[in-house]
Design a binder for this molecule. Structure first.
Ligand SMILES: NC(=O)c1ccc[n+]([C@@H]2O[C@H](COP(=O)([O-])OP(=O)(O)OC[C@H]3O[C@@H](n4cnc5c(N)ncnc54)[C@H](O)[C@@H]3O)[C@@H](O)[C@H]2O)c1
Length: 669
């Protein structure tokens, strides 16, 4: 007899070995990974994988796992993927002794939902390698631990591996997650390949390995803010974005948000995507308006859209380099340009070089990685050469946090500024998100309604809108525009149909906004207006969670952008101030070894306790980053932290004394 969902979840590793599963052909799979292990190391990888299973199964599984390692470069344990459907179920469907653990199960399942995840069979949520777990045994065990744990225990997860439940206390986080934490000297891209193949670490990206991914909506808001403000930079006062072109690439996990954001900003978005399946998926989900697979047709359609001042998003199925070059030849003027291929992962499927088909590239990256690397670098040089032609005509190009400038510079592209230290082009954080949002404390706050009921989501939208409108009336001039953009966003969020997976919403808010909205939700849960707990969280790509010199902290200029103290303080600080779970990761966004990022999840259940926790934790979670940004002398952060100290007497932050330039001019000459 078939076991029901709850019983399957509670059994963890099944009592009987499940039958071998056929390799699913109807889903997008992770590319075959590099063959990096020596024969001795391969045996160690199989030995490591077998430790999850009883000895009697080893003879059969040893060969099967060895085959997976040869065929896919990793051991995913496909056989153990459960039969039940994986998606964010209503909270009461989960067997659990505490609602907090049930909420975490819901969030994990959302990250692995085939409608949400990029490569669900390989437990990859987004970014090509952003993993929730390394293999299905880890998933099964984690769900069992969560289903049986109490509020006096904490589950410790090492890169997807559930080390176990440890006694703790009610006030402690229920789950502590680390992903990819390496001894610093072992944090080069090949180290990820090797230690991930051995089954001892994983790339958790940001919200993949921390269970906080909410589909491309999570990024649409930030992208809409970025595109809107980029247009504000290039347009004259009386102009608006309609009929102006934003050219970019990628329709994957996060990049898929770009066309929608372009529509919200009101421009023409042209977005190239080499993977037909990814382009079609975004089209079917309504995230991009039209699909075009012929370059000449793309030029005609784009010119027509410009002539008639359309607001439309066009997906080009093909390589972005071809579009940059073709638009130059055909004199198509691009107002804004960017790129959102996964260049944090350039050699393993993140970037597809021009001149190779998608299939050829997938084959070459594992069969001949050296030649593939050369192709990628050639392609980047060509792409930058074409971009430079456009920017000389007036295009505003910015790096979109995907390590484009970094990898292009490493490839020897003509991308360096005259001083040979900086890049020719800014990152979106340096020019836009840093000074306009992060330094004031605005960041990608989010929530998930665990009832799974859209009516609850609607109620939270209404509550959040009311709170934001109230705060705006007393907000200082410096942040009025940000408040207004966010009010417009939340007012239109429902009609923009952004939900894919769990009933989630994102809203850029500062410390005041986040805690007031959270408090209002908690009260509404208490009174029954909202029918089930709400999970709060945020993207790691935020004010305080992430140290990343080429992205989140690229607008820090005191040298400390290469330190990671802020992210570590944040995760420790959040953990004892009331987070339900915390996570800290190496990698994410710009690449393994290039960033440390952390996040949290917090369950609101309408209790007094939740109210106390949210006030304490959300305050620190934002102001930690503002204090660091102000110590780095960022003007906007200095304003924000002084304002916060004025209204919170217990907050005492060390402020910098600013130095006159002329005092330093003659030193060391
Ligand atoms: N903008 C942001 O706010 C933000 C935030 C976080 C991360 N990022 C970064 O953006 C990048 C993209 O993230 P994602 O989740 O969408 O990754 P993804 O891997 O899911 O999608 C990238 C897409 O680019 C396509 N692609 C690769 N090379 C191409 C080429 N030459 N031409 C056309 N298409 C090509 C791939 O087929 C893939 O579908 C990552 O590096 C990520 O870290 C951006």
């Amino acid at each position: 007899m078939k076991m029901d969902f709850k019983s399957q979840l509670l059994q963890g590793i099944p009592k009987e070995m499940p039958p071998k599963r056929l390799y699913a052909t109807n889903v997008s799979h992770a590319p075959k990974r590099k063959d990096i292990l020596s024969p001795t190391e391969k045996k160690l990888a199989v030995r490591n994988a077998l430790r999850y299973f009883p000895k009697k199964w080893h003879p059969e599984l040893a060969q099967e796992f060895a085959n997976e390692l040869v065929d896919y470069g990793r051991i995913y344990m496909y056989r153990f993927k459960p039969e039940y459907e994986i998606y964010a179920r209503p909270i009461n469907d989960y067997p659990a002794k505490t609602k907090q653990a049930a909420c975490i199960m819901l969030m994990i399942q959302n990250n692995l939902d085939p409608a949400v995840a990029q490569h669900p069979e390989e437990l990859i949520t987004y970014g090509g390698n952003g993993a929730v777990f390394q293999n299905w045994a880890q998933y099964l065990l984690t769900m069992k631990y969560l289903a049986t744990m109490t509020e006096e225990q904490t589950l410790h997860i090492y890169s997807g591996h559930p080390m176990g439940l440890f006694p703790s206390s009610k006030d402690a986080p229920r789950v502590v997650v680390t992903n990819g934490m390496m001894i610093p000297n072992y944090s080069k891209p090949n180290d990820w390949e090797k230690y991930n193949a051995l089954g001892v670490t994983q790339y958790g990206q940001m919200t993949a390995g921390s269970y906080m991914y909410i589909g491309p909506q999570g990024i649409v808001h930030g992208t809409a803010i970025t595109v809107m403000n980029a247009f504000r930079k290039v347009l004259k006062k009386d102009e608006n974005p309609s009929g102006k072109i934003f050219l970019t690439s990628g329709l994957g996990g996060m990049s898929g948000a770009q066309p929608k954001a372009g529509n919200i900003a009101g421009c023409i978005t042209v977005c190239a995507e080499v993977n037909v399946a990814a382009a079609k998926k975004r089209h079917e989900q309504g995230w991009v308006d039209e699909l075009i697979d012929d370059l000449n047709e793309l030029v005609i359609r784009t010119k027509k859209a410009t002539a008639s001042n359309e607001v439309v998003s066009l997906a080009f199925i093909g390589n972005i380099v071809d579009v940059w070059e073709k638009f130059d030849e055909e004199r198509v003027y691009i107002s804004l340009g960017s790129d959102q291929t996964s260049l944090h992962n350039p050699w393993a499927g993140g970037y597809y070089p021009v001149g190779l088909s998608f299939e050829e590239a997938n084959k070459m990256m594992s069969s001949d990685p050296n030649s593939f690397k050369k192709k990628v670098q050639q392609s980047l040089r060509r792409q930058v050469a074409a971009i430079n032609k456009h920017t000389s005509k007036g295009t505003y190009f910015f790096d979109y946090g995907n390590a484009f400038l970094l990898e292009a510079s490493r490839a020897g592209a003509d991308i360096m500024a005259k001083n040979n230290l900086d890049f020719k082009y800014p990152s979106y954080v340096q020019d836009i998100l840093g000074p306009l949002c992060f330094d004031y404390g605005f960041g990608p706050f989010r929530w998930v309604c665990t009832s799974g009921n859209p009516i609850d989501l609607h109620k939270t939208d209404t509550i959040a809108l009311k709170v934001m409108e109230r705060i705006k009336t007393i907000a200082p001039l410096e942040i009025k525009q940000q408040m207004q953009d966010n009010i417009t966003w939340i007012r239109e969020a429902e009609q923009n149909k952004l939900v894919v997976g769990s009933q989630a919403r994102i809203l850029y808010a500062d410390a005041e906004g986040r805690s007031k909205i959270a408090e209002a939700f908690n009260q509404a849960i208490k009174t029954g207006e909202i029918t089930a707990p709400v999970v709060l969280g945020r993207d790691h790509h935020d004010v305080s969670g992430t140290d990343s010199p080429f992205r989140e902290t690229s607008n820090i200029y005191d040298g400390s952008q290469f330190t990671a103290d802020m992210a570590i303080h944040n995760v420790i600080g959040d953990s004892f101030r009331g987070a339900t779970w915390v996570s800290i990761h190496n990698g994410g966004g710009v690449g393994w070894g290039e960033v440390i990022n952390g996040g949290f999840g917090m369950v609101l259940d309408g209790s007094e306790d939740a109210s106390r926790r949210l006030q304490n934790m959300l305050f620190y979670d934002v102001n930690n980053g503002i204090s660091r940004r102000s110590w780095a002398r960022n003007k906007e952060a200095l304003f924000a932290i002084k304002r916060e100290m004025a209204r919170t007497p217990e907050l005492k932050v060390t402020l910098p004394n600013l130095v006159e330039d002329e005092l330093l001019n003659n030193l060391f000459e």
